[in-house]
Design a protein around this ligand. Structure first.
Ligand code: NAP
Length: 484
C-alpha cells in the first residue's frame, strides 16, 4: 500500500475496529492485489471471541445511540459522508488496489457510497409514527417506529465501500448499532471507513469492523441472540444458508443476492444508445456487479448491426491494472477461481455453437485477466444464460418477437435487474410491467442511485436498500394501546 503514497497514510489500517479500539489478532490473513497477485498487507484473523466482544459493545452502545436526537445522528452521518468525499482520492486508491477496478470507477464508487450516508442522514429526521382512530372511546392507539437493535452485516468484495454504507447509513440513522464483517478480500476499504467514522464522531461501539475467516464470525453473527437483524450482500448460496441459520433466533433478515440480468434490444431501439447501455451494463467493474447484464436478447432485425457495433467497441477496450488512472477500461477479475468460471462459460457457449466475435481467452502471464469478450449465436440453454457469469463476457441470443423475449428474460430463479431498449411507447409500459424483476432499466444501462429502492425478487433477495424504503428494514413497529 505504501506504493500508493496516500495523502493520509493513516487511512490504510491493518487492524480491526471494535468498541472504538484498533484490535490486533494472534494470527493474520494476507490481502492480495488482484492485478498482480502480490501481497499488499495483512489483517487480523479474528474469530468467535472477538465477534462476541463486538456484539456486546454494539449492544451497550445502542442504549445511548438510540436516545440521541435524530438530528444529531443525522449530523454525524453527514460529517462521515463529507469526510469520505474529502478523502476520495485515498479511498479510491485503497479500493482499486484491493479490488482491481479502474481508479476512475473507484472514485465513482466513493461518491456513490458517500451518497447513502448523506441520504440517510436526512431520512433520520423523517422516522414518524402514527396516531390511530381508537377502536373504543376510552382507548388511545399510538404506533412508534423504533430501531431494531444490534445489526450484523456481511458484505462482498465487488463494491467494498458502497455495500457497507448502503447498510450502515440506514442502520445508524434508525438508531441501530452495527457489527460488520467485510470480505477478507477487500478489508481495507471497510477499515478506512471506520477511521472516518471515528473522526466524524460515531461513538465507540456504534460501528464495529471484525476481520477474519468468514465461518466463525458468521456463526456468531447469525446465532447470537443479541443480534436482532442480519443484513447480507453476496452470493445466493451463502445468503440462503446464513438466512436459514438466522431463523433459529428469529432475526429480521435482509438479503441482497445474485442476479442474472437480461438485456433486451428490440428492432426499434436506438442502436448507438443500446450499444452504449450494453457497454456500461456489462463491462462496469469488469462484469462483476450484481446488476451486470448477463444475457443479451437481440431481435433478429437489429441483430447483425448490434453484434457488429458492440464487438467493435469491445475490441477497442483497454484492459490492465486499475492504476494509473485512464489506462484501462477493464481491470482484473477478483481471483483465479473467477477467471476459471468465466472461461467455463465461454467454452460452454462455443461448444453449443456460439461464435467468438472478440476475446474469449484468459491472459497468459497475467493470472487475473480475462479478455473482454463478445459471443454471438449463443444458445438460450447455455450456462451463461442460466448462471451469473460475473465477468467481461457478452453473449448474444437471437429472438423474434416480444412475447418470446419476455419469456426468455423471465426464465430465471434470479430477479434483480433487467434492461431493455425500445423506442415504442406502448412497449416501454408492456415490457416493464411484464419483467419479473425488482429493477428495470428502460433505454439505460445504469440504474443505481441512493434515491431509488435497490433490490430483487425471487431468489435475488429480501428487502430494499437506498431510497426512503431503505430505512424500514432497520425499524420495528411498536403499538401502544393506552386506556384513559
Ligand atoms: P459470497 O462468497 O457469498 O461472499 C459474500 C460475503 O459473505 C463475504 O463477506 C464472504 O466472506 C461472506 N461469507 C462467505 N461464506 C460465509 C460463511 N460461511 N459465513 C459467513 N460469511 C460468509 O459472495 P461474493 O463472491 O463475495 O460476492 C459476489 C456475489 O454477491 C454475486 O453473486 C453478486 O451478484 C452478489 N452481490 C449482490 C448485490 C445486491 O445488491 N444484490 C450486490 C453486490 C454483490 P469472505 O469474502 O471473507 O469469504
Amino acid at each position: 500500500m505504501d506504493s500508493l503514497s496516500l495523502t493520509r497514510s493513516d487511512l490504510h489500517r491493518q487492524k480491526a475496529y471494535i468498541d472504538g479500539a484498533w484490535v490486533e489478532g494472534s494470527t493474520r490473513i494476507a490481502v492480495l492485489n488482484p492485478a498482480t497477485h502480490e501481497q499488499i498487507g495483512t489483517i487480523p484473523n479474528l474469530g468467535a471471541l472477538e465477534t462476541e466482544t463486538a456484539v456486546a459493545a454494539a449492544e451497550r452502545a445502542q442504549v445511548a445511540w438510540k436516545c440521541e436526537l435524530a438530528k444529531e445522528r443525522g449530523r454525524i452521518l453527514r460529517r462521515w459522508s463529507q469526510l469520505m468525499l474529502d478523502n476520495a482520492g485515498d479511498l479510491a486508491a485503497i479500493l482499486t488496489q484491493e479490488q482491481g477496478k479502474p481508479l476512475s470507477e473507484a472514485k465513482g464508487e466513493v461518491a456513490y457510497a458517500a451518497s447513502f450516508l448523506e441520504w440517510f442522514a436526512e431520512e433520520a429526521r423523517r422516522i414518524d409514527g402514527e396516531i390511530l382512530a381508537p377502536h373504543q372511546a376510552d382507548k388511545r392507539l399510538y404506533v412508534h417506529k423504533v430501531p431494531v437493535g444490534v445489526v450484523a452485516a456481511i458484505t462482498p468484495w465487488n463494491f467494498p465501500l458502497a455495500m457497507i454504507t448502503r447498510k450502515a447509513g440506514p442502520a445508524l440513522a434508525a438508531g441501530c448499532t452495527m457489527v460488520l464483517k467485510p470480505s477478507e478480500l477487500t478489508p481495507y476499504s471497510a477499515l478506512a471507513l471506520a477511521v472516518l467514522a471515528e473522526e466524524a464522531g460515531v461513538p465507540n461501539g456504534v460501528f464495529n469492523v471484525v476481520t477474519g475467516d468468514a465461518a466463525p464470525i458468521g456463526d456468531v453473527l447469525t446465532d447470537d441472540t443479541r443480534v436482532r437483524k442480519f443484513t447480507f450482500t453476496g452470493s445466493t448460496a451463502v445468503g440462503k444458508m446464513l438466512a436459514a441459520r438466522c431463523m433459529d433466533t428469529v432475526k429480521r433478515v435482509s438479503l441482497e443476492l445474485g442476479g442474472n440480468a437480461p438485456f433486451i434490444i428490440f428492432d426499434d431501439a436506438d442502436l448507438d444508445k443500446a450499444v452504449e447501455g450494453a457497454l456500461i451494463a456489462k463491462f462496469r467493474n469488469t462484469g462483476q456487479t450484481c446488476v451486470c447484464a448477463n444475457r443479451f436478447y437481440v431481435q433478429s432485425g437489429i441483430y447483425e448491426k448490434f453484434a457488429a457495433a458492440l464487438a467493435g467497441k469491445v475490441k477497442a477496450m483497454r484492459f490492465g491494472p486499475g492504476i494509473p488512472i485512464g489506462e484501462a477500461d477493464c481491470g482484473p477479475l477478483i481471483d483465479t477461481k473467477a477467471v476459471e468460471k468465466v472461461g467455463a462459460h465461454v467454452s460452454d457457449c462455443v461448444a453449443r455453437g456460439g461464435q467468438l466475435l472478440v476475446g474469449g481467452r484468459a491472459l497468459e502471464g497475467a493470472p487475473g485477466f480475462f479478455e473482454p469478450t463478445v459471443i454471438s449465436e449463443v444458445s438460450a440453454n447455455s450456462m451463461l444464460c442460466r448462471e451469473e457469469t460475473f465477468g467481461p463476457v457478452a453473449g448474444l441470443v437471437r429472438f423474434e418477437d416480444e412475447d418470446e423475449a419476455i419469456a426468455l428474460a423471465n426464465c430465471s430463479r434470479a430477479g434483480l435487474a433487467s434492461y431493455f431498449f425500445t423506442r415504442d411507447y406502448g412497449r416501454v409500459h408492456r415490457v416493464s410491467e411484464a419483467l419479473d424483476y425488482g429493477m428495470v432499466g428502460v433505454n439505460t444501462g445504469i440504474i443505481s442511485t441512493e434515491v431509488a429502492p435497490f433490490g430483487g425478487v425471487k431468489e435475488s433477495g429480501l428487502g430494499r436498500e437506498g431510497s426512503r424504503h431503505g430505512i424500514e428494514d432497520y425499524l420495528e413497529i411498536k403499538m401502544v394501546c393506552a386506556a384513559i
